[in-house]
Design a protein around this ligand. Structure first.
Ligand code: ACO
Length: 322
């Protein structure tokens, strides 16, 4: 009998502090209309001083566990995607494991920038299908506000903080239909964030802020996401019209609209969260999926396409039957 990966729980956490475009307009030379027209973003959430990637991950994870109706101790693998861990080590996954009181599991972090949760779902799917793991928790948790240069108007308008979680289990019905992940390390200069304490000498003067050539990233993102849509449909022998929902990484409404157009989908079939969340990097796909599930738009039996693109470049997709 085939072994499939099924979604049994979702969760999401957004910190309470709201930073609007008008707030940012008082910090740098920009305006609400410029930001909204170019990105689709109106406001984003900012983590409080006490919050960390693992504290936010815990809140999202507990929601997913509650929805699944299993005990936290039934989880045998924890995968956390984050570019903003509070420790170099232990991993955020180990910190989360301790917070959840799970003694017997394996936990590890992955780093794939904004594609992190799609990578995490792909890894979880492999471990479940091979029988190595039965219940896998995947979390994307990010405090982007702490690696954003709030004096750089080209990046500070884009990012926000939050955590999204998903709980997966082994089942006999689909499930995750396919996952597709890729990277190309040739684009470091277009989008990066240095680690000044451990970077090579030549880079030590740099601060740990996101640096992005947004216009060039934009063009590669649109083309690459178009290709991943084709790859995913072809791998499953599906037509565009077979997809009920697009759950994209939330970087820019214009990038998302281009992908929806490629799929022949109306924007009503896209779960959009970036207007009030901004780009939460690895958390964004899981936050959007959680929102679509919890507000009843994504229904059991429907086919959902998740996709993401981020620094590296990394990109990928997950096709699943909910
Ligand atoms: N307010 C007003 N003007 C601005 C702002 C701002 N916040 N930011 C830039 N400008 C100016 C620029 O200085 C430039 O002025 P100039 O023509 O006088 O030189 C002008 O606006 C146009 O700048 P562009 O960078 O060409 O603007 P663009 O239309 O490309 O929009 C944006 C910028 C929104 C960043 C867009 O390029 C984008 O969304 N890129 C993709 C981001 C993305 O997908 N990132 C990947 C994921 S992130 C991750 O993985 C960590």
């Amino acid at each position: 009998m085939n072994r499939w990966t099924k979604v049994i729980g979702t969760g999401g956490y957004l910190p309470p502090i709201i930073r609007t475009n008008d707030d940012i307009s008082s910090m740098v030379d920009t305006s609400d209309s410029w930001i909204y027209e170019r990105t689709g973003i109106k406001s984003r959430r900012i983590a409080g001083p006490e919050e960390t990637a693992s504290s936010m991950a815990e809140i999202a994870a507990r929601q997913a566990i509650d929805m699944a109706g299993i005990a936290a101790t039934d989880i045998d693998m924890i995968i956390v995607a984050t570019g903003t861990p509070e420790r170099v080590y232990p991993s955020t996954a180990c910190l989360l494991q301790e917070r959840l009181g799970i003694k017997h599991a394996v936990g590890f972090d992955i780093q794939a920038a904004c594609s992190g949760s799609v990578y995490g779902l792909s890894i979880a799917d492999q471990y479940i299908k091979t029988g190595f793991a039965n219940n896998v928790l995947v979390v994307g948790s990010e405090i982007c506000s702490r690696i954003v240069d709030w004096s750089d108007r080209s990046t500070c308008i884009l990012f926000g903080d939050g955590a999204g979680a998903i709980l997966l289990t082994a089942g006999t019905e689909p499930g995750i239909l396919s996952t597709h992940i890729h990277s190309d390390g040739g684009y470091e200069d277009l989008l990066y964030c240095p680690n000044p304490q451990v970077a090579a000498e030549a880079k030590q003067h740099e601060l740990a802020f996101i640096s992005m050539r947004g216009n060039e990233v934009f063009k590669v993102a649109v083309n690459t996401l178009g290709r991943i849509v084709d790859e995913t449909l072809a791998a499953n022998g599906l037509q565009q019209s077979d997809i009920d929902w697009l759950v994209p990484h939330q970087a820019n409404t214009r990038i998302i609209a281009a992908t929806a157009k490629k799929l022949g989908m109306s924007m009503d079939q896209v779960i959009l969260t970036l207007e009030n969340q901004g780009n939460t990097s690895s958390a964004s796909v899981l936050l959007a999926f959680n929102e679509g599930v919890r507000d009843g738009r994504i229904q059991g039996g429907q086919t959902v396409l998740m996709e993401a693109f981020g620094a590296g470049f990394t990109w990928g997709s997950v096709l699943l039957r909910y």
